[in-house]
Write a protein that binds this ligand. Sequence first.
Ligand code: ATP
Ligand code: MG
Length: 221
Amino acid sequence: MRTILVLNAKGGSGKTTLATNIAGYFADRGDSVALADFDVQHSSLDWLAARSEAWGEQRPAIRGLDAANQGLKVPSSVDVLVMDAPAATHAEALGALVKRAQTIVIPVIPSPVDMRAAEHFIAELMAVRVVDRHEVKIATVANRAREGTQAMTGLGEYLDALKLPGGRKLPFLATLRASVNYLKAAERGLSIFEFAPAATQVDRDCWAPLTRWLASNRSLP
Ligand SMILES: Nc1ncnc2c1ncn2[C@@H]1O[C@H](COP(=O)(O)OP(=O)(O)OP(=O)(O)O)[C@@H](O)[C@H]1O
Ligand SMILES: [Mg+2]
């Protein structure tokens, strides 16, 4: 089973947006997907509820797992497990979550406050044992980007320069633009990959390096 964790201690960085769109991407490809919500806010499970309400059986099924309340129990039929982490995940909770993942995606918003928080969080993550031992693959993604802004240039330079323990590069894979398409998708229980291609082509292009990486062995430890 493929296990992908979307993680950043900073609230509102785009974890649920990435987790639901990654789940939708793999489901649309025909994989058996589970979306595990570790957040008591249940935003990912709400997205799944909107999905089944609006579409019934018309869209590929994604199994919801209430990991926040029931622990993580994954059926053996699942090919891809996408995990949506809550904000303020630190210390032991961080270690426990990271241990479950082959791949971690960290969304960061180009704002001074979010970037400073990301710096602290990434330093904390680097000290987690499985990360230190290279047993998990990690990448960063800029989210809600407005191209050409000073904050975006600063974030790009910062993410580009990040190194893992041992000096390996921490890949900065994709820059997702701020787009109303994510709000529309969230509302309807869809991923941007399930809209008419022309409607979300710019966003799909932004995602391409990330989805290519996630679908390849490069994102496996
Ligand atoms: N690229 C984007 N363009 C436009 N809106 C976005 C984008 N990414 C996220 N958002 C919006 O920003 C808000 C926060 O995003 P999201 O809920 O994904 O963050 P989160 O990290 O899961 O938050 P929390 O820490 O509370 O769980 C949501 O309203 C979401 O729809
Ligand atoms: Mg969330």
